[in-house]
Design a protein around this ligand. Structure first.
Ligand code: NAP
Length: 687
């Protein structure tokens, strides 16, 4: 068995702190044969030094970087770890994981880094971000508001569960790093040797700035004694521990954000419109088997409750058991093994105890004698799947309350989709819930009735099955978390997750002042007439607020007729003056697209120059009808600039410039507003 080191090291304040001399160390056992693979101890460890280092070194290093820089850093780190992934697979065997389980953990974790690296494209090239739209707060237009997001000034403390030692860390760290916060990771002791191996590699890479990552392997029961109002704590684990830690005195007294992801009793529903023989029946059985056997059912999202139309209970039970029978269990390094071991013998005991509670009001219909493919079948933490069944789930409280964190699930009969939703909600809040059906009506009824108590829902059918990521997979761009028992927290979810590590501040002031602070032009802010035309300026030369005020054009009936002919848009309001009774139009009205097209004709400087292309329009609005005789002009203003990275050395150095297009008429009132997106060359092609 390979481990990174028999005595684990903590990564604190820039140093590897060996646990060797600490005495009282906790052994970490191999899930496959019970041998000691590493030891660790947190006795005497100075955790306050880790907090100080994160706040004084890691945080300033990260917060001054822009989102683009942080995103590129994540990408480099993802590539670095990916190239060394086999080392982590080697360590992972001892946790009982199969290659597939470890793939979810290791490559799934690295995938999270890639996803958050790519998210930089949706964020500005500044250390801060804006949230929502600018808001006018006064009649005269001199007072406005906008929300600004700045990285919190402390450290993100991640206390993780044992089941995903790599993914559990990276799904969170990717997000706090992109947001500009450092982290201290505390993996669960039982699998901390794998987390440690990855953390050491991250440090060795030198890709992250100093202080961005620290870790502590082992119990660290005093870890929350040092948090303060600048920090964020995230916890993943059992609901009981989570509830206790949320009450920690400093969390309470200093209002430290605490995100709780706890165990939940996730349900998978077989639609009542499905019959044996339908593709959905087979898909359902496959999905439930997968959820019970992948990671030996040690997944927070695993299916614990299998809701089946009453008339299909026997058929489902039979098919599920037949499918589970075909799953070879044992040492995952052996040929043919599909299900590995639980994390430890203690955990096997814990699962048996919890299953016994479920057995008080459900029948155990499957739990075969173990035939484990292993050289140490007795010493390994192997357990065969357990399927319970109840035909009266409304009265079976334990099935909706007790989590056995292993290959344990209960078949439950339901009558009608509404009852299925009621039963799904009896878990009192879960991370995910799925329904397998090809009937849109059934799916719609179920989702409307059940969604409020679930963080994520999957509708599985023949159309999406091939590419579906499955019931149990949280995804970086979708929220992971759930109400009630699941902890009431939320993480990932793309940019939503990034915001958890940033403070949202409502900023008020004059539009000119807010434009300067936010680096985004705010409506009503000062517009500085640009000389030369903005299309003649390179990316670096453009300033937020630079404006071109164009010459004007008086709209004619001929314009409208010509535009109708060119576009083929003969909507009655543009072409038939006799049809306007009962409409809001007084006369035939110019096409909104004509107004915007004409605006382009007015604001474009046509000669070849730094503007490479126009690649889109955002937020276009036609705010006032334009009739023949109206005279329109345009103010084109630099709204926002985002520098782009070069794809390769030969690429043109360029950035995106967003221009606000304000089209107004002879009364000065705005008739159309839009934001156009252009790509503009940089003067310095070395950038
Ligand atoms: P756990 O016993 O609740 O432990 C979770 C983490 O909390 C571990 O790192 C543990 O450290 C730490 N911890 C426990 N008591 C602590 C204390 N007083 N102070 C500081 N840290 C403390 O859960 P687990 O056994 O590792 O994981 C299994 C459970 O996690 C299952 O119930 C599962 O459903 C849940 N889970 C939920 C999610 C989710 O996203 N919602 C994901 C995975 C797992 P030690 O290991 O050192 O004790």
């Amino acid at each position: 068995m390979t481990t990174s080191s028999p005595f684990l090291a903590h990564g604190i304040a820039g140093h590897l702190v060996s646990t060797k001399e600490n005495g009282n160390s906790t052994p970490i056992y191999s899930a496959l044969d019970g041998t000691v693979v590493a030891s660790t101890s947190t006795e005497g460890l100075d955790l306050s030094a880790a907090y100080t280092y994160a706040r004084e070194v890691g945080n300033p290093n990260l917060r001054k970087m822009t989102f683009q820089e942080r995103g590129r850093m994540l990408k480099r780190l993802a590539l670095h770890l990916h190239a060394r992934k086999e080392r982590f697979y080697e360590v992972s065997w001892s946790t009982g994981a199969t290659r597939t389980d470890a793939w979810i953990d290791i490559e799934g974790g690295i995938g999270n880094l890639f996803s958050y690296a790519s998210l930089r494209r949706k964020l500005p090239n500044t250390p801060f971000a804006l949230d929502g739209e600018s808001l006018g707060l006064s009649k005269g237009g001199t007072f406005s508001g906008h929300h600004i997001l700045t990285p919190r000034e402390g450290v993100a403390v991640h206390i993780n569960a044992f089941n995903f030692p790599v993914w559990g860390m990276l799904e969170k760290a990717a997000v706090n790093w992109l947001a500009g916060m450092p982290c201290i990771v505390k993996p669960a002791t039982a699998t901390s040797h794998l987390t440690e191996a990855v953390c050491r590699e991250i440090w060795a890479s030198g890709i992250l700035p100093d202080g961005a990552l620290q870790w502590v392997c082992g119990s660290a029961r005093d870890i929350l004694d040092h948090v303060d109002e600048r920090d964020v704590v995230t916890f993943t684990g059992s609901a009981a521990t989570g509830r206790k830690l949320r009450q920690a005195p400093r969390i309470q007294a200093l209002s430290v954000p605490f995100n709780l992801e706890a165990d939940s009793l996730n349900a998978a529903v077989l639609g009542a419109t499905v019959e044996p023989g339908d593709p959905e029946f087979e898909l359902f059985i496959k999905e439930v088997r997968k959820e019970m056997t992948v990671k030996c059912g040690q997944k927070c999202t695993a299916v614990r409750r299998i809701l089946v139309p009453r008339h299909l209970m026997d058929a489902t039970q039979e098919a599920l058991i037949a499918s589970l029978e075909r799953t070879a269990i044992g040492d995952p390094r052996k040929e043919g093994v599909r299900m590995g071991a639980l994390v430890s013998k203690d955990q096997v005991e814990e699962v048996r105890n919890q299953a016994a509670k479920i057995g008080r009001d459900a029948d155990l219909v499957y739990h075969p004698e173990g035939q484990f493919l292993s050289d140490a079948p007795e010493a390994g933490a192997f357990l065969t799947p357990m399927v319970f069944r109840t035909d009266r789930p409304m009265d079976a409280a334990a099935c909706h309350e007790v989590e056995a964190f292993g290959p344990v699930s209960t078949l439950m009969a339901y009558d009608g989709v509404e009852e299925a939703a009621v039963l799904a909600k009896m878990g009192r809040g879960s991370l995910c819930c799925s329904i397998t059906t090809h009937s849109p009506k059934e799916a719609q009824d179920f989702v409307y009735n059940a969604a409020s108590m679930h963080g994520r829902m999957l509708v599985l059918d023949r159309d999406c099955a091939k590419e579906s990521t499955g019931h149990g997979s949280p995804l970086p761009l979708l929220v992971h978390g759930g109400p009630g028992r699941a902890g009431g927290g939320e993480e990932m979810g793309g940019i939503r997750g990034v915001k958890h590590y940033m403070q949202r501040t409502a900023l008020q002031g004059s539009p000119t002042m807010l434009s300067a602070i936010t680096q985004q032009y705010q409506p009503g802010g000062a517009q500085i007439e640009s000389e030369p035309h903005v299309f003649r300026k390179h990316f670096e030369e453009l300033e937020i607020g630079d404006t071109v005020t164009t010459h004007k054009h008086t709209v004619t009936e001929a314009d409208i007729v010509n535009f109708a002919n060119v576009s083929g848009d003969n909507f009655y309001a543009h072409v038939d003056a006799t049809s306007l009774d009962g409409t809001i139009f007084e006369r035939r009205v110019a096409h909104g697209y004509f107004v915007l097209s004409k605006a382009a004709g007015l604001f474009v400087d046509p000669k070849k120059g730094p503007v490479l292309l126009n690649y889109g329009i955002e937020e276009a609005r036609f705010t006032k009808p334009v009739y023949p005789g109206a005279t329109i002009g345009v103010r084109l203003t630099v709204k926002e600039k985002i520098a782009q990275e070069k794809r390769d050395a030969d690429d043109i150095a360029k950035g995106i410039v967003k221009f606000l297009v304000d089209v107004y008429d002879e009364t000065g009132e705005t008739v159309a507003l839009a934001t156009i997106l252009t790509m503009v060359k940089m003067k310095n092609q070395a950038d």
